[in-house]
Design a protein around this ligand. Structure first.
Ligand code: ZN
Length: 77
């Protein structure tokens, strides 16, 4: 079941997870999860360069923590 949670949906608008990589949906740059401590480097002309977090994986984890705390995830599963 897919959880509908706005911050998570917004995250998914800019990123997708492909195997062990996080991919920007706009410039298609990929970052290995193992390199997630490095800031994400978009393509020069990427339109979401300035509007997305430098560390998308940490952002995703933060959103998931919030979800856990809100109890939404438990209700949804
Ligand atoms: Zn990008």
């Amino acid at each position: 079941m897919t959880i509908s949670y706005l911050p998570l949906e917004q995250w998914r608008k800019n990123w997708r997870v492909s195997g062990n990589r996080i991919v920007c949906r706009h410039c298609r740059t990929a970052l290995e999860v193992t390199n997630a401590k490095r800031p994400f480097a978009h393509a020069q002309n990427c339109k979401c360069r300035d509007s997305t977090p430098e560390f998308p994986l940490q952002e995703l984890q933060r959103i998931r923590d919030e979800l856990d705390q809100s109890g939404l995830r438990r209700r949804a599963t």
